[in-house]
Design a protein around this ligand. Structure first.
Ligand code: CA2
Length: 157
């Protein structure tokens, strides 16, 4: 039981209102609801945020260091932000990168992610369902980390 932080970067507040052919018709509120539902079914809570500002996203990552794990769609900052990568590298729990679209099948400048190298997993091209998969994966990694720690503690007892 813990809190999974889900972070969203610039322009994702527009989800469902523009470019439906690319990003679909689900709104960010729909995505948030999906994350809450998925986490609740696994005994976790979700803390969900969106910002258009790089520094705010870095602050949100730092604030998430005490949470069970982080799901992050850094949007355009994925391809540009070393500051965000440095912040994510300090998160002790699992980090899962998610993208609605398959960034590798889009323009070449989207093929590079500064986030992937510090993420435990990357999910791209599954639309909003990708967030549910990411929340599930963070929860799974948390429970295997917990079991490992329990075994480690038992072995030392
Ligand atoms: O596929 C993704 O989830 C992205 O992270 C979305 C970013 C894009 O820069 C990344 O390369 C891939 C764009 C987010 C902007 O979202 C909008 C949603 C609706 C209308 C306009 C923008």
């Amino acid at each position: 039981m813990g809190t999974i932080t889900v972070l969203n970067g610039p322009n994702l507040n527009l989800l469902g209102t523009r470019e439906p052919a690319l990003y679909g018709t689900a709104t960010l509120a729909d995505v948030e609801e999906l994350c809450h539902r998925t986490a609740a079914g696994l005994g976790h809570r979700v803390d969900f945020h969106q910002t258009n500002h790089e520094g705010v996203l870095v602050d949100q990552v730092q604030a998430a260091r005490g949470s069970a794990g982080v799901v992050v769609n850094a949007a355009g900052l994925t391809h540009t932000s070393i500051a965000l990568r440095d912040a994510l590298a300090t998160v002790p729990g699992p980090v899962v990168e998610v993208h609605l679209t398959n960034i590798h099948a889009r323009e070449p400048f989207r093929h590079t992610s500064y986030v992937s190298g510090v993420a435990d997993a990357v999910i791209a091209g599954c639309g909003p369902d990708g967030y549910a998969y990411a929340v599930r994966h963070v929860a799974a990694l948390c429970s295997s980390l917990c079991s490992e720690r329990q075994l480690h503690d038992l072995a030392r007892a």
